[in-house]
Design a protein around this ligand. Sequence first.
Ligand SMILES: Nc1ncnc2c1ncn2[C@@H]1O[C@H](COP(=O)(O)OP(=O)(O)OP(=O)(O)O)[C@@H](O)[C@H]1O
Ligand SMILES: Nc1ncnc2c1ncn2[C@@H]1O[C@H](COP(=O)(O)OP(=O)(O)OP(=O)(O)O)[C@@H](O)[C@H]1O
Length: 579
Amino acid sequence: MHSDSAKQCAVEGVSLAFPDAPERKVLDQIHLSIRKGESVLLLGPSGSGKSTLGYVLGGLIPRSIEAVVTGNVRVEGRVGMLFQDPEAQFCMLTAEDEIAFGLENIRIPRREMETRIDAALERFGLMSWKRRNSAEMSGGMKQKLAMACLLAMEPDIYIFDEPTANLDPASTRDVLRAIRELKQTESKTLLIIEHKVEGVIDWVDRAVLLGPDGRLLDEGMPGEVFRRRQAEIRAYGIWQPTLWKWSSRLNPTAPFPTTTKQFVDAVDSGQVPQLVELLDRETGALTAASPAAASLQDLDPIGKVPLFRAENASFSYGKGHKVWGPISFDINAGEWVAIVGPNGCGKSTLLSALMGLRNLSEGTIRLKERPLDSYSGREISQLLGFVFQNPEHQFITDTVWQEVAFGTGAPTNPEVKERVRETLVDLGLIHAANANPFSLSQGEKRRLSVATTLLSSHEALLLDEPTFGQDAHTAFELEEKLADLHQQGRTLIMVTHDMELVARRAQKVLVLAGGNLLYCGHPADLFRMEESEDSAAAEASGLLRTANLELPLAFKVRALLERKGGLLHAGLAAGEPVR
Ligand SMILES: Nc1ncnc2c1ncn2[C@@H]1O[C@H](COP(=O)(O)OP(=O)(O)OP(=O)(O)O)[C@@H](O)[C@H]1O
Ligand SMILES: Nc1ncnc2c1ncn2[C@@H]1O[C@H](COP(=O)(O)OP(=O)(O)OP(=O)(O)O)[C@@H](O)[C@H]1O
C-alpha cells in the first residue's frame, strides 16, 4: 500500500449513473489512487466507463456533466484533460487564441504566455496555424492542437483520453513520445486511456483494467495484469500488444518481448509454421490462400467501366491553398479501397469530392462514366453512403434505434426491425437502443455511425476512419460487417490510419502525401517491397516514410523471419502474396 501523503488523486468507492439510465451503474464501487509522478494506463472495453472515470477525476463530473455520483474523489493539484473528441474542447477562432484561452484562465502573465504558445505550436508542427482558423484543420491536426493546448497549461496531473485515435502512425509515435517525456523529464502524474497500447504499455508504471460491468477488475504492473487476466482480456476484447499476443500463443510462459527483433529471435524453427499461420491471418487479403485474394482475381478491371474515374483532379480550399492534384485513379465496382497518408494530406477532402460534396478546382471525377457534377444530390445519396470522420456530424434522430432504422426506408417493417435489432446486438449497442446518440461513448458513436449505413442499399460506402476508437471485439465486429457488405459486391472506400486493416482487407491502396498520389495499387506490392533489397524496395520504403506510414507488423516479422534464414521451406512460401 502507498502512504496517503504520496497520493496525488484518488477515487474511493465511487459509483456513478447517468440521469437517463439511473438503474445502470456505469461505475460501480471504484477504488483507485494514483501517486505523484506515477503513470497509469486505463484499459477496458468500449463503453466500460473509462472516459467517465477520467471526467470524475478531472472534475467535469459533476461540474459540467450531470450524473449521480456516490463515494469520494480527492485530487491534489491542477488536472488537465485531453478529450477524446478534440473539437469538444475548442471555443476560439485561431490556434493561438485556443491555447491562450486556457492560459488566461490560469492567469499566466502575457509574456510567458507567448513563450508557452510558441513552444507548444512548435512542438506539434503547428506554427503555420498560429493565426489561422482552427476550424479549417484536419481531424489529426485538431488532435495535435488539443495536445498543444494541454501541454501549454502545464497541469500537475494529465489525463489523456485516446490521444492518438486520429493520428497517422508517425504522429502517433511523436505524441506518445511527448507524453512519455512528461513522465521522464518532468515526473508528471499521468492517466492514459487507450485501446491500442503499443508504444505505451512498455513504459507506464501500472495498468488498470475496467470490466464491462463498471467494476475495476485488476491493477498492477502491465505485464503481470496481462498474464493474470488473459481470460478476461480475451473475453472483453481488450487489445493486447500484438507481439505479446503472438508470443503467448507460441510460448505461454516466455517473458513478453519488447521489440520485434527480440520476438523473432526467440522463435525456434519448430514454431515457424504456427507463427506463419498467425501472420497469414493478419494479412489475409494479401496471401494466396485467402478467399479475399481469390475474389480479387475475379475482379479483373480490364474492359470494365470503373465505378469512379478521377482524371487530373485537383482541389483547392480558396485561392492558393491547393490540397492535392492533379491526381488520376480508378476505383472499380466491388473493390475494397483504402486511402492513406499523413494527417492533413487531404484524405477526408478526397472522400468529400467523391461524394460530390466538394467541387474540384480542375479535372473531373466520373461516377459510372457520368461526370459527378451532373448528378443531383438525391441521385448521389441513392448510390453512395457516407460515414463522416466525426460521427456526431451525421446524427439526425433522437435515439440510437431510430438512427439505424432511418436509413432503411421502412423502419416499421417487422423484418427491418429484426435486422435493426440484430445490428445493434452485434455492435454492442442494444443496451443503448433508446439512448440519445450524443450520450454514447466515443467508440459507441463511431459504431452507430457505421451501423446507419449497414442496412442501406447503397452501391458504394465511403467511410472516414470507420474503425477508430474500438476495442478488439467491436473492431472485429465492424470489420466483419464491412466484409459482409463487400462479399455482397458493394464497393468500400475507407480512409484509415490502420495499416493492419489495410493489410488484411484492402485490394487497392491510394497513398496521398504532399498533394500527390504517390501510389495506387495493391497493398502487397507496397508492403512486400519495403523489406527486400532491390531499388524498387528502397523507393517503396521512402514512400512509406514520406507518407508517415508504417509497415504492418506482420510484414516486419515476416521479413525478419526471412532474414533469419532457412525458413521458406517451413511454410513461409505458402504465404507469398498473389502477384
Ligand atoms: N452523458 C451521458 N449520458 C448518458 N449516458 C452516458 C453519458 N456519457 C456516457 N454514457 C454512457 O456511459 C457508458 C460509458 O461511457 P464512456 O464514454 O465512459 O466509455 P468508454 O469506456 O470511454 O468507451 P469508449 O472506449 O467507447 O470511448 C457508455 O455506455 C455511454 O453510453
Ligand atoms: N473547411 C476548410 N477550409 C480550409 N481548409 C481546409 C478545410 N478543411 C480542411 N482544410 C485543409 O485541407 C487539408 C486537408 O484536410 P483533410 O481533412 O482532407 O486531411 P486528412 O488527410 O483527412 O487529415 P487527417 O488524417 O488529419 O484527418 C488540410 O491542410 C486542412 O487544413
